[in-house]
Each structure stands twice: as structure tokens, then as C-alpha cells.
Design a protein around this ligand. Structure first.
Ligand SMILES: [Zn+2]
Ligand SMILES: [Zn+2]
Length: 139
């Protein structure tokens, strides 16, 4: 059993708690995540467990028919990717948690969109977008 973990944005206007489904952090190389996060998006799947202290501080951008991206309206910190429909499914930006070192970095996704000018040295499982989507939709 994992306990709710605490996190916040750069300015502190958004404070949240979330209970990760597992202590695994994945990296998404897709072009939208890279543009949105200014790097690669390091995410932790937190299911429906995310609780935000002050929802009014949260900006929401509908980035596709199925997903939306949440950020702090004041400081712009990248915070959550979440499903717009279906059961609550929120992927929290790993770096927004207070203690990032607890997560293991085991998975890279959308590798077909990874630019050739960087690579992580971690030993990870690498999946294409199609492989990743198939793996999450079949359970
Ligand atoms: Zn903020
Ligand atoms: Zn992505």
C-alpha cells in the first residue's frame, strides 16, 4: 500500500496529494509532451487518486479528443495529464512531487517520436505509442 504523496507547483498556488498506482515513473517522448513540458514528460500514473487543494488555481488545456493537460494558472508549471472521459485516469508530473527520488524510471513511451539528439542512460523498457496504448487499453 502506498500512502498519498504530496506535491506542488513552482509558486505554491497548486498543492495536491496523489497515490501512485506503482512507484514507476515513465518518460513520454511524444511531440505534445515535449512541447508542453519543455523537456520530456516524466509521469507517474495515479489513477483517480489526485486531490487538488484549490481547483481554481488549475488551468486546463484540451490537447486532444481524449486528453487534457493541467498546469498552474499563475506560474505555468506542468502538472497533470488526464483523460477527459471514462474512469478517472491522471498521470502526474513526477517532478511536481516533493520527493522525486522514490520513483524508479523503468519505461519510455512514444519512442518513435524521440528526437535523435538526446538519450537516457537508464535501462528501461522502450515502447512505441501504439504498443503503449495497446498495453493500457487491453486490461
Ligand atoms: Zn504555480
Ligand atoms: Zn506524450
Amino acid at each position: 500500500m502506498t500512502m498519498p504523496l504530496h506535491g506542488h507547483c513552482l509558486c505554491g498556488a497548486v498543492k495536491f496529494t496523489a497515490t501512485p498506482k506503482s512507484m514507476i515513473m515513465d518518460v513520454c517522448h511524444c511531440s505534445m509532451c515535449r512541447r508542453w513540458s519543455g523537456g520530456t514528460f516524466m509521469g507517474v500514473d495515479c489513477g483517480g487518486s489526485v486531490k487538488v487543494e484549490d481547483e481554481s488555481a488549475l488551468g486546463v488545456y484540451h490537447s486532444s479528443d481524449w486528453g487534457e493537460r493541467c498546469f498552474c494558472r499563475n506560474c505555468g508549471t506542468t502538472l497533470f495529464w488526464r483523460m477527459r472521459q471514462g474512469p478517472p485516469h491522471v498521470v502526474v508530473a513526477a517532478q511536481a512531487f516533493d520527493d522525486v527520488s522514490r520513483f524508479s524510471f523503468d519505461l519510455e513511451i512514444f519512442i518513435e517520436e524521440q528526437p535523435p539528439n538526446y538519450a537516457f542512460a537508464n535501462k528501461t523498457k522502450r515502447m512505441t505509442g501504439a504498443e503503449f496504448i495497446a498495453s493500457v487499453t487491453k486490461k
